[in-house]
Design a protein around this ligand. Structure first.
Ligand code: ADE
Length: 234
C-alpha cells in the first residue's frame, strides 16, 4: 500500500463521456477533485478515431453480430496520455497502469484497489459494443478487470466503481486520515454495523432498537462488539 504524496490521476477513455458528468460533480469525488487529491480526466475516444467521422468500431473478422472496438484509436489515446503524464514529471518517471474493463477480466476486489494506489496514473479503457479488439488486452492494457460475473453494456459503470474504490483510499478523501488507519486491518477493510438516531423506531409494527452496548459509553465493550460483528472486505 502506498501513501502517495503526489496527486493520483485517472484518465478514462470512453465513447460516452457525458455519462460521467453528474457522477464527478457530486459528493466526495467532487470534493477530492477540488482539493486536488485526485485528478479525473474523461476523454472521448472518438478524438483519436481513424477517420473524420469519428469511427471507433468495425465489423468482427470471422463474422458474427455486433461491432468491435478498433485497436488504433485506443493505442493512440493511451500513447498520448502516457506521454502527457510523463512530460509533467520530466525525468522522475511515474508509474502508469492501463486497465481494460471486460467481463472476461480478473475480478476486482479491495485488495486490487489497494494495489492500484501504487500507481500515479491509471488509464482506464471502457469497452463497449460486442467487445474490444483482443490486441488491446494483449499488447496495450496491463490488465483486464471485471467487476462481477455478469455482463454490462460497457465499462463506464466499472470505471466509476474502480475510481470510487481507489479514491477513497487516498488520504484525506474520506473524512479524517485516521479513518483509513482505523479501518484498514487484517489485509482488508473492516466493516461493522452502524446505527444512528433514533434509538427506537417502529418498523412493520415492531419496535427496533439500537443495540444497548452502543449507547453504553463503554469504549472497550463497544470495540469488542464491533470486533465480534466485523467483516473484513478484501
Ligand atoms: N463490461 C461488461 N461487463 C463488465 C463487467 N462485469 N466488468 C467489467 N467490464 C464489463
Amino acid at each position: 500500500m502506498s501513501l502517495f504524496n503526489d496527486i493520483m490521476r485517472f484518465d478514462i477513455l470512453t465513447i460516452f463521456p457525458f455519462l460521467f458528468d453528474s457522477y464527478l460533480e457530486e459528493s466526495l469525488i467532487k470534493k477530492a477533485r477540488e482539493k486536488g487529491s485526485i485528478e479525473v480526466n474523461v476523454h472521448d475516444l472518438r478524438k483519436w478515431s481513424v477517420d473524420k467521422h469519428g469511427t471507433v468500431d468495425d465489423k468482427p473478422f470471422g463474422g458474427g453480430s455486433g461491432m468491435v472496438m478498433r485497436v488504433e484509436p485506443i493505442y493512440r489515446a493511451v500513447c498520448e496520455l502516457k506521454e502527457d503524464f510523463l512530460k509533467k514529471y520530466k525525468n522522475d518517471a511515474p508509474s502508469s497502469r492501463v486497465i481494460l474493463f471486460t467481463p472476461r477480466g480478473k475480478r476486482f476486489n479491495q485488495k486490487k484497489a489497494d494495489d492500484f494506489t501504487n500507481y500515479k496514473q491509471m488509464i482506464i479503457i471502457c469497452g463497449r459494443y460486442e467487445g474490444v479488439d483482443e490486441r488491446v488486452a494483449k499488447y496495450i492494457a496491463d490488465e483486464r478487470i471485471s467487476i462481477g460475473n455478469y455482463v454490462l453494456m460497457g465499462g463506464e459503470l466499472p470505471a466509476m466503481v474502480v475510481l470510487e474504490t481507489v479514491s477513497r483510499l487516498v488520504p484525506g478523501v474520506v473524512g479524517k486520515e485516521s479513518f483509513l488507519k482505523e479501518r484498514r486491518k487484517e489485509g482488508g477493510f473492516v466493516e461493522y454495523p452502524q446505527y444512528t438516531r433514533p434509538e427506537n423506531v417502529t418498523i412493520s409494527g415492531k419496535k427496533r432498537r439500537v443495540p444497548g452496548v452502543l449507547l453504553s459509553g463503554d469504549h472497550k465493550r463497544i470495540e469488542e462488539w464491533r470486533k465480534e460483528k466485523k467483516r473484513i472486505i478484501n
